[in-house]
Design a protein around this ligand. Structure first.
Ligand code: ZN
Length: 642
């Protein structure tokens, strides 16, 4: 036990001498908490059971004189539900911070205050989350009032949370936000960086989980879009996936850095990043195999064998675990007139072992109309594209192109051509044997395998996915990570921008009603794209003239000729209005009020994911207010901003 510093004692005397009804430790943080003589008692608050200490004292910093008084206070109730109100953002950090005030730490008959700089950093990071739900910053988290500085022997209430590892968090809040830690990230660190990034950029970013790994870790995605949480009409969607093989970790780190980079650059006003995020919805899944990563990370960088941690916790190779639709494709392709796109998952697939990680990706693909994707691997330096499974089952290396061979080559080049190492002309470099091919290769021509994610994307959905091998070392040492980022930043951006190559538009009937699941056919490319539920579509196309046809059951087809220039920043808009074949009673459908055809379609006014986060208007109370009023006499009006 340490004696209280003299400064603190002086302050206590002053505070005690002050007459009147001021709290014992008054505002502006001038007065200290009770000194020697406070009676430490066991901390028994359920919502504070995970704080780093177990003794507290009464009265608390808010003048509550008993445990019952704390438990019935609106401050405590707020802490208990804050996680839900903020949709997980900034928690458990905020709750622990609040606990440090509501159940102050007591040691050796002395109450210790939490540190002001921790409060300040959290407030800066979390203010947007409060703004998003129209809630005022809680008065009892006033950093100047209830927190103190190191000279008063403050402690860090979040220390346990970051295990002393997360340096960035501990930095004073004045540190520039562009600061990215080019280190490896444990699962907990990754989650915290992504959530913090989403909070910092709350107006353009959001995190969500697509499911859990076999060991129960959330497969956390960070999303960037001008309207996070929802699909916007005709805005293409891109996904980038890292760490599908748990021991190939560079991709995981690249996506963690990319998330921070996109957020910071957007805030700084970088025009390229602003244009990208304003016209594209981007989803980053840094780790598809967090369980495998743990196995690999336990061995550490440099010591990792070729396969340790590659598989998931069930010992399944996730990039062999997807349904083999490529065999079915080869069969259908030989049948005249048969469709060989959007191939259904065969029943027998479900009889085998399907990893929860694989299932999560398939479910994700069903809910979002992805157009473009990349899966980031390690162990070589090359970009490969479908098919991965050879058209001749016995041939282990056989060029096996998709009908979109030209486009896939362009996509692969968009990555490789701006990657300084992939463009390095020396043959003895990592991945040097791909030099003559410009560091890109058809997957099956490299080595053939079934059950891969890229083939599945192409054959089951509208999404085009490439595979990037980021370098020869699967688990690079930390010192190498910054250079790897420098090499891959431009390729990643350039690749994502490729989603705007080709055409996009709406398919609708003459009343302006969107036609979902309509087919977009391109002459000479036997692979159809289908429209999303809102009737919008995207067709990646290489430069040149194309005949494009839109058709749907019950409608006559419409044919258009389009010319794609060699350079383009934005997909050309090509809409199709289909005529109904059958005549019969027709209802006036709500879609027609949007005023198509003719005018520009408006964005849908529905907000299924974020409906409850609608800003309040006309002086009405925010949605969460009814929760507090339902509790009776405690109405924390201090949470109301207006
Ligand atoms: Zn791999």
């Amino acid at each position: 036990m340490r004696p209280p510093p003299p400064l603190l004692l002086t302050m206590l005397v002053l505070a005690a001498a002050r007459p009147g009804c001021e709290p014992a430790w008054g505002p502006e943080g001038k007065a200290g908490p009770p000194g020697p003589g406070a009676m430490c008692v066991d901390l028994q608050l359920q919502s504070c059971s995970d704080v780093a200490y177990n003794r507290t004292a009464f009265p608390t910093l808010l003048q509550h004189r008993s445990r019952a008084a704390v438990e019935s206070s609106s401050e405590y109730i707020l802490l208990s539900v804050l996680h839900h109100l903020l949709e997980g953002q900034c928690n458990p950090d905020l709750r622990l911070l609040g606990c440090a005030v509501l159940a102050p730490r007591c040691e050796g008959g002395r109450v210790r205050r939490p540190c002001r700089h921790v409060c300040g950093a959290l407030r800066e990071a979390c203010q947007p989350a409060f703004d998003a739900i129209d809630m005022a910053w809680p008065y009892f988290l006033d950093c100047g009032r209830y927190f103190s500085g190191p000279e008063e022997d403050c402690y860090d209430p979040l220390e346990k949370l970051r295990g002393g590892l997360d340096i960035e968090e501990a930095l004073p809040s004045s540190h520039p936000h562009t600061f990215i830690q080019f280190t490896h990230h444990s699962y907990a660190q990754m989650v915290r960086v992504l959530k913090r990034t989403a909070t910092r950029c709350a107006h353009i970013s959001k995190t969500y989980s697509i499911g859990r790994s076999f060991d129960g870790r959330d497969l956390l995605v960070i999303e960037f879009s001008s309207r996070p949480g929802q699909h916007e009409l005709m805005e293409p969607e891109v996904k980038l996936i890292g760490n599908i093989h748990g021991n190939e970790v560079a991709g995981r780190e690249m996506l963690i850095y990319l998330a921070q980079y996109l957020c910071s650059e957007y805030l700084l006003g970088n025009p390229r990043i602003q244009r990208l995020l304003n016209t594209t919805r981007i989803h980053l899944l840094p780790s598809m195999n967090p369980d495998g990563y743990e196995v690999a990370a336990a061995e550490g960088a440099g010591y990792n064998g070729w396969t340790s941690g590659r598989q998931n916790a069930q010992n399944l190779d996730l990039n062999r675990n997807f349904p083999d639709l490529t065999s079915e494709y080869y069969r259908l392709a030989s049948v005249r007139g048969a469709r060989s796109d959007h191939i259904a998952i065969p029943q027998h697939y479900w009889w085998g072992k399907v990893a929860p990680e694989t299932k999560a990706i398939m479910k994700w693909m069903r809910t979002i109309p992805f157009v473009l994707s990349a899966s980031l691997h390690g162990g070589d330096l090359v970009v490969s594209y479908p098919f991965d499974f050879s058209k001749h089952p016995q041939e282990e290396k056989m060029f096996s192109p998709t009908p979109d061979e030209k486009m896939f080559k362009l996509l692969a080049r968009a990555y490789a051509d701006v990657h300084p190492m992939m463009m390095d002309r020396s043959e003895n470099r990592c991945g040097g044997n791909f030099l003559k091919r410009g560091s890109i290769i058809n997957g099956a021509d490299w080595y053939s395998f079934t059950g891969g994610m890229s083939d599945f994307n192409y054959l089951h959905s509208n999404c085009f996915e490439i595979t990037v091998e980021l370098g020869c070392v699967k688990f690079p040492p930390e010192e190498a990570l910054y250079t790897i980022w420098q090499h891959n930043k431009e390729p990643l951006l350039n690749f994502m921008e490729m989603v705007h190559r080709g055409i996009k538009g709406m398919v609708m009937d003459k009343f302006g009603k969107p036609v979902k699941n309509a087919r977009i056919l391109v002459k000479g490319i036997r692979h159809d794209i289908t429209t999303a539920p809102d009737g919008d579509y995207w067709r990646l196309l290489p430069p040149g003239a194309h005949i494009v046809i839109a058709q749907a059951p019950g409608y006559s087809k419409v044919i258009k000729k389009v010319i794609i220039p060699a350079r383009m920043k934005r997909a050309g808009r090509v809409d199709f209005i289909l005529q109904q074949l059958r005549t019969g009673p027709q209802k006036f459908l709500p879609g027609s009020r949007r005023g198509w055809p003719g005018g520009e379609p408006q964005e849908p006014d529905q907000d299924p994911l974020g409906a409850r986060r609608q800003p309040t208007t006309g002086g009405s109370k925010p949605w969460w207010w009814s929760y507090f009023t339902s509790l009776g006499q405690h109405q924390p009006r201090w949470l109301l901003k207006y």
